[in-house]
Design a protein around this ligand. Structure first.
Ligand code: CO
Length: 670
């Protein structure tokens, strides 16, 4: 009998008072950050964490991850929530369990390297607001990008957890870059930097069970800090990998509570608690207490998010990850991007081009933001390159990468690609080799001047410094200078019940069809769109609040775009309609961008849907062919759109912060 089964079944106690294990497995719960980031696009709201917070605090987690990664961005951009407020609020409920966050090294919680002054203030303010464990990673595993934040983490008395991003170029550890020696060396580097613990960050679920055993054992044999494993379930291997890691002596693993587990998220905690019960790695957790938390999440919380879950797949495992060694999130981003550009048929080309682009860009690990950088450049290459010319449309981030602004790549960047990307690059055409942030000018003072009194405290200032466009928008809303759009407001269980009731009505045929187009009220800017699934059919339903209750203003099969006045679409209204109280604001006139006649000038069109970041030119400015006219952000990457011809800017049709659809005319050159 092995040591893992040393306790006889009859003596086994299920409650919390059972004998403590010799080498108790520590667990970090990551449901409230990575869990909802992975499963429902980081849309989890603070109000939906509070109902389970005190119970979670009782479980005995080593830490709970509640912040960082995409939460900072998603909260202020999509939820109308102040990210700092979440920390302070949750702290009132978690009295015992330390808070952990994901810190993207010098990228902090954004997508580029920020200047040292921003990084220092960010870490300090984060500790002030209740953070204790800083899980710090760099997408290139270039630890020079830790040099600014780590001393601040240490000075503040917080826990520095250094990450090694786990990546592969072939199905198993090995090849010519990502070998066992590579990982051991990275762990030694982190130990030398003073890491309190070391985390293997397997963001794509690539870590296979026997590799996990080999890797964790090697790390345990070579370095002293606690070893922590973070492995996504995406490929289906992670529970097995965790188990082998436990056998190899891993100290801490990351799991999610069952409703937030599996798919692109993480292994569920509860099966581990039961599997290890009575062994020398027993977690000591109370399975009944966990069941109570699950019940709350399942019944009171998850119904509000089910519309965000990926309903298109039956399978919970993405075998593409096994085939392509590419993060699942990256693949779904690619699919979305291609769909936005009506180019889904190019997916095979993209998968072929991807390893080539990755290699040319220095065989870098694929994790935020490098996964987006490589992914979007790949799509650009597939869509815009010609047989004569590759890298026709290079994103700003690829230029930054080629310049060395993200750090040192695992292998040198292809010199030809680098030269092309850096042609005319604003910082210079010769790449740097120093620590990237060394070339960045301080940013705080400039941010302070730009945002002025709208930033009331350092937390506001940081929000603006990290996200100038959306951060400013949020601060306007926070301080009542701009209305909070309906689309940012939470839905309640009652809303969910109403939607379900509508579906029931539709099933029974009780929704009255409106046939006369003039009866259809105009869709207001507050209208919210819901995806409604009725048996095999899928409808997109627009709901506009008139007076008290939601009224359906349109319903259309999701495939048909622009459903408001499409005569072919079935238009239904819940009967009877509430008497209209204050009429909804009329929809703002759609920006008319009629195709200009040849003589009216040359349009600069959005090649993809996105958000306008800034115009480099003003009306009346002269512009040369190839010069940047406007920068738009798509899939979080900035794309500089060049002038298709020389001339004078005749009109500029949008402003910073505006969303634009593919093909819309952003400016006209005459
Ligand atoms: Co993760």
């Amino acid at each position: 009998m092995t040591e893992h089964t040393q306790v006889k079944m009859a003596e086994m106690k299920y409650d919390k008072d059972r004998p403590k294990a010799k080498h108790e497995l520590k667990v970090e719960d990551i449901s409230l950050r990575d869990g909802h980031q992975s499963l429902f696009a980081t849309r989890g709201r603070t109000e939906d964490m509070i109902p389970v917070a005190e119970r979670m605090d009782e479980i005995g987690f080593w830490a709970v991850e509640v912040w960082g990664g995409a939460t900072f961005d998603a909260m202020h951009r999509f939820l109308g929530e102040d990210p700092w407020e979440r920390l302070r609020t949750l702290k009132r409920y978690f009295k015992k369990t330390p808070f952990s966050m994901l810190l993207r090294g010098q990228n902090l919680v954004g997508y580029r390297n920020y200047a040292d002054d921003v990084a220092k203030l960010f870490v300090k303010k984060t500790v002030d607001n209740g953070m204790e464990v800083f899980r710090t990673f760099d997408a290139l595993n270039d630890y020079r990008n830790f040099e600014t934040v780590v001393p601040v983490i240490k000075e503040c008395g917080a826990h520095f957890q250094g990450c090694i991003c786990y990546t592969l170029t072939e199905p198993r550890i090995g090849g010519d870059v990502y070998t066992l020696e590579y990982y051991i060396q990275k762990a030694k580097d982190l130990e030398a930097m003073g890491a309190d613990s070391i985390c293997v960050k397997d963001m794509a679920g690539l870590l296979a069970p026997y590799d996990a055993y080999k890797l964790i054992k090697a790390l345990k044999d070579n370095v002293k800090p606690l070893i922590h494993l973070h492995s996504h379930f995406t490929s289906g291997m992670s529970p097995m990998s965790h188990f082998k890691a436990i056998e190899a002596g891993v100290d801490i693993i990351d799991t999610c509570l069952t409703p937030y587990a599996y798919r692109t998220s993480h292994a569920a905690l509860e099966p581990f608690v039961m599997s290890l019960l009575g062994t020398n790695r027993d977690t000591g957790f109370d399975i009944n207490a966990l069941a109570d938390i699950n019940e709350i999440l399942e019944k009171q919380i998850m119904p509000k998010y089910k519309h965000l879950l990926d309903n298109t797949k039956v399978s919970g495992i993405d075998i593409n990850v096994l085939l392509h060694q590419t993060p699942g999130g990256m693949l779904s981003n690619l699919v979305n991007q291609l769909r936005d550009m009506d180019a889904l048929d190019k997916m095979d080309d993209v998968l072929k081009e991807l390893p080539r682009v990755r290699k040319e860009l220095g065989q870098i690990p694929l994790v935020t933001p490098t996964s987006q950088i490589v992914g979007i450049q790949t799509v650009n290459n597939v869509l815009f390159d010609t047989p004569e010319e590759r890298y026709k449309m290079v994103t700003a981030q690829v230029k930054d990468l080629c310049y060395g602004l993200y750090g040192k790549t695992s292998v040198p960047i292809d010199p030809e690609v680098q030269k092309k990307a850096l042609k005319g690059y604003e910082r210079g055409e010769k790449p740097i080799t120093c620590r990237p942030a060394q070339v960045l000018e301080p940013e705080l003072e400039k941010a302070k001047q730009e945002i002025g009194d709208l930033a009331v405290d350092d937390e506001d200032l940081i929000l603006y410094a990290l996200f100038p466009v959306t951060g400013k928008k949020f601060l306007m809303q926070k301080y009542g200078k701009e209305q909070v759009p309906e689309s940012l407001k939470p839905i309640t269980l009652e809303d969910v019940a109403k939607q379900d009731a509508l579906i029931e009505k539709a099933k029974k045929g009780e929704l009255v069809e409106k046939t006369r187009l003039e009866d259809i009220p105009e869709k207001s800017e507050y209208a919210r769109t819901f995806n409604v699934f009725v048996e095999g059919d899928y409808f997109e339903v627009g709901v506009d609040e008139v007076g008290g209750a939601p009224v359906i203003t349109y319903a259309a099969p999701a495939a048909a775009p622009a459903p408001v006045a499409a005569p072919a679409a079935p238009v239904v209204q819940a009967a009877p309609a509430q008497p209209a109280a204050p009429a909804p604001k009329p929809a703002p006139a759609a920006k008319e961008t009629p195709a200009p006649a040849e003589s009216a000038g040359t349009p600069v069109k959005a090649p993809m849907p996105g958000m306008v970041i800034k115009y480099e030119k003003n009306e009346g400015d002269a512009v040369n062919e190839g010069e940047t006219v406007v920068v738009i952000e798509a899939m979080k990457m900035e794309n500089a759109l060049p002038a298709p011809t020389s001339g004078v800017i005749k009109s500029i049709n949008y402003k910073s912060g505006d969303s634009v659809a593919k093909g819309e005319v952003l400016a006209v050159i005459e």
